[in-house]
Design a protein around this ligand. Structure first.
Ligand SMILES: O=C(CO)[C@@H](O)[C@H](O)COP(=O)(O)O
Length: 220
């Protein structure tokens, strides 16, 4: 597999200089912008909303914006992020009363749709909606904060998810999020991931290009 995507999580960026940070990380070789939306209800933290996504588009960001909704409920936010220029919109199935309907809503608004699974959540819901998925995102930390350690049992879960995707025959990306860095990215890719979210491993270093290059080297 060679179509790897690196998606820096702007949760670890300097919010006071967000446009510049996103420009810099894309110029450094990032493929996507990962956009973490937290509501202090589904997760115990509060971050950014659709206005910030729209502001990044107005600023000139053309790269895919990968919106990870950690909010409950999800449908109003899906509509607002689709209007704001999101490319992917993913949500946690337990945060929607009707996950199938929410997935259909995302696609009906012209975005790509995905489900997110926490470290201890079963993949069951995914099995019944494979035809409506463009991405499965596995959390390798508990959601809510950047800078946590990768939970090793996620490697087994990645393998199970990869089998599920391959058996389905659908074109579904497998994204991993939490504790990804230059030292573990190769092992994570070998377990089945093709899309890598990394926040602190990129934004907490002075040279974004150096880290992203090192990640790509590990992947090649
Ligand atoms: O969604 C989340 C946290 O809830 C992630 O996107 C983190 O922001 C990843 O940060 P690092 O673990 O890479 O620092």
């Amino acid at each position: 597999m060679s179509d790897y995507k690196i998606a820096p999580s702007i949760l670890s960026a300097d919010f006071a200089r967000l446009g510049e940070e996103v420009d810099n990380v894309l110029a450094a070789g990032a493929d996507w912008v990962h956009f973490d939306v937290m509501d202090n209800h589904y997760v115990p933290n509060l971050t950014i909303g659709p206005m910030v996504c729209q502001a990044l588009r107005k600023h000139g960001v053309e790269a895919p914006i990968d919106v990870h909704l950690m909010v409950e409920p999800v449908d109003d936010m899906i509509r607002m992020f689709a209007d704001a220029g999101a490319t992917y919109i993913t949500f946690h199935p337990e945060a929607s009363r009707h996950p199938d309907r929410s997935l259909q809503l995302i696609r009906s608004l012209g975005c790509k749709a995905g489900l997110v699974f926490n470290p201890a959540s079963s993949l069951d819901t995914a099995k019944y909606v494979m035809d409506k998925l463009d991405m499965i995102l596995l959390m390798s930390v508990n959601p809510g904060f950047g800078g946590q350690k990768f939970i090793p049992s996620t490697l087994t879960k990645l393998g199970e998810t990869r089998q599920l995707i391959d058996a389905s025959g659908y074109d579904i990306r497998l994204e991993i999020d939490g504790g990804v860095n230059r030292d573990n990215i190769a092992e994570i890719a070998a377990a089945g991931a093709d899309t890598f979210v990394a926040g602190s491993a990129i934004f907490n270093t002075p040279d974004y290009a150096e880290v992203i290059d090192a990640m790509r080297k590990s992947l090649s």
